[in-house]
Design a protein around this ligand. Structure first.
Ligand code: SIN
Length: 323
């Protein structure tokens, strides 16, 4: 079977980072090396597959600075290549810090009947033992898997889905986890091994069609506020006063909210602000009571607060989209 072209899109991150001293794994500048050079480094040990591979620089940023303009450009470039019959798959090099957010955003907006595989590194390109080249090679292996579709994350030999994946460690090379479900698969010696013998299907959740992403000049403003011991209403009140359109509460435990926040959140709701709950617990998901859900505000089970924020933002954008 003829395999389509593999597009590698660069967005920056530590994978493209450079330190003044080779052994320095923390004092480096992210987003310095071009994606073409990263690809050359990753394929120096031999080609990964029989596909033609091309690189394209979409952005060059430290992913802590990710914003909607870059997301929009990235989503449109991904969709452009996915729609090209000559292209078989897309790989995206990305910083680790907001990679899970970008993965969820792309999952929500792309019409991805082919694979889009995000990868990254925890060591800069100049490290004594950079992890980027291997991660990029592994991502390319996953991208070449027959029949695969949707958005995936590959890091440290593990394959994760867009919904579960979270960065859980600030330093070690295997910085990502899918929590209780674990990785969906592994890449070993250029071979992809699924945990369940076949590629798991990822539930689609297109809240905003890609054509609407193209037309979206600005995004609804959605912020995250946290419920914690000693919380006060001040942050919620300040956000409402600054015309926030949506609020995700990083709630305690099973979606509970400090009583000091509840009145301000109800007030926000009454003023038209969309309020949602997402548990701040890193594992599991909120459980509704069988008789009425029992939550003070609508809850977004299965999503971390940062991903719930993206979903709410897209929900509001869809509601505001003409037609
Ligand atoms: C970034 O997220 O761009 C910097 C940190 C990293 O990639 O590990």
């Amino acid at each position: 079977m003829e395999l389509g072209r593999l597009m590698v899109l660069g967005t920056g991150g530590t994978i493209a980072g450079v330190a003044a001293v080779a052994g320095d794994n923390v004092g480096y500048a992210a987003a310095q090396v071009g994606v073409q050079a990263l690809l050359a480094q990753a394929t120096a040990g031999g080609e990964v597959g029989t596909r033609e591979v091309r690189a394209e620089q979409v952005a060059q940023i430290d992913s802590k600075d990710m914003d909607f303009a870059v997301w929009r450009t990235l989503a449109l470039r991904c969709q452009h290549h996915l729609d090209d019959p000559q292209v078989g798959a897309v790989v995206v090099t990305h910083g680790t810090d907001t990679l899970e957010e970008t993965a969820w955003f792309l999952h929500c907006v792309l019409k991805a009947d082919k694979p889009v595989v995000l990868t990254c590194a925890m060591r800069p390109a100049t490290a004594l033992a950079p992890d980027g080249p291997q991660n990029l090679r592994d991502a390319m292996v996953v991208a070449c898997a027959a029949g695969l579709r949707g958005v995936w994350v590959v890091c440290a030999g593990e394959v994760h889905g867009a919904q579960q994946v979270q960065k859980v460690h600030p330093y070690r090379p295997n910085a990502f986890s899918s929590g209780e479900s674990g990785p969906l698969g592994w890449v070993e010696e250029k071979t992809l091994r699924w945990a369940q013998n076949e590629a798991p299907a990822q539930a689609r959740s297109t809240l905003v069609a890609i054509k609407d992403v193209a037309q979206c000049a600005s995004w609804p403003r959605v912020e995250i506020t946290m419920s914690y011991a000693g919380a006060s209403a001040a942050t919620v009140e300040a956000l409402v006063a600054s015309s926030v359109e949506g609020l995700v509460v990083a709630a305690t435990g099973n979606g509970t909210v400090h009583r000091a926040l509840q009145g301000a959140l109800r007030q926000a709701q009454a003023q038209g602000v969309a309020v949602r709950l997402a548990t701040r617990c890193p594992l599991g998901q909120t459980i509704a009571h069988p008789e009425g859900d029992g939550f003070d505000f609508p809850c977004m089970p299965g999503l971390s607060p940062v991903k719930a924020r993206i979903s709410l933002m897209l929900e509001l954008a869809a509601a505001q989209a003409p037609g």
